[in-house]
Write a protein that binds this ligand. Sequence first.
Ligand SMILES: [Fe+2]
Ligand SMILES: [Fe+2]
Length: 257
Amino acid sequence: MRQDGSAQAMTMSERADALEEHKMHELEHIITKSVLFNLADGKVETVSGPALLAQNPGKYVLMGADPRLPKMPEKPTLVDYFRCRFASTAHLLQSATHALKAGHDEKVILACLLHDIGVASFIRCDHGYWGAQMIEPYVDEQVSWAVKTHQALRFFPDESVGYKYPEMYLKLFGPDYQPEPYIVEEYKRARNHKWYMTSRLITVNDIYSFDPSAKVNLDDFVDIIGRNFKQPKEGLGLDNSPSAHMWRTMMWPTRFL
Ligand SMILES: [Fe+2]
Ligand SMILES: [Fe+2]
């Protein structure tokens, strides 16, 4: 709070914070941000439970679905996450469509469809590792391995399949960017791995605009998902797999605990 208390003197970001706080007060429950969400705003901070209760008398913290987000079904599937939680799916669908048209097998198509779900749903940093962990219990090991290692392979050309260092990376990171040593080591391990080409094919099909007018549709991949992604009967995230909590967190990102 500013000491002079004047609304005019508030900066844009203070005004946005105040508006957000106002909106939170209108909701039935107290909705909070995890530390990670604040870190992304450049703030190392969190608000304690007692402080929240003091700021919101008579209310409880949210311990379930966030009413501001699309409602998930009781037993969600991967397709439900695509529709209700993934912020952008065009790139995933374009890559998978490209792999489908190139006649690759279903493992490669699924790997292309899921390769960036880390980014689409969750977080950018180390998205290949996050995405691989999310899907690992539900797909063939080859698919999750390929998703993990595309993180590294993207930075290294392979002329044998016509893969060059992406122009987009030059624009995004600048010409002097060098991948971190752990990425270089990951690349070296992957280069000699029996499934190298599965991951390499993700990078070959990982094109940002192979045909901007191409019509892509998740419906085209529902059967491939059905055959290659083990949908838990309890619902994805409500099962007991080692990564179920990651899906639950995506379903309930603002649950207090
Ligand atoms: Fe990626
Ligand atoms: Fe990608």
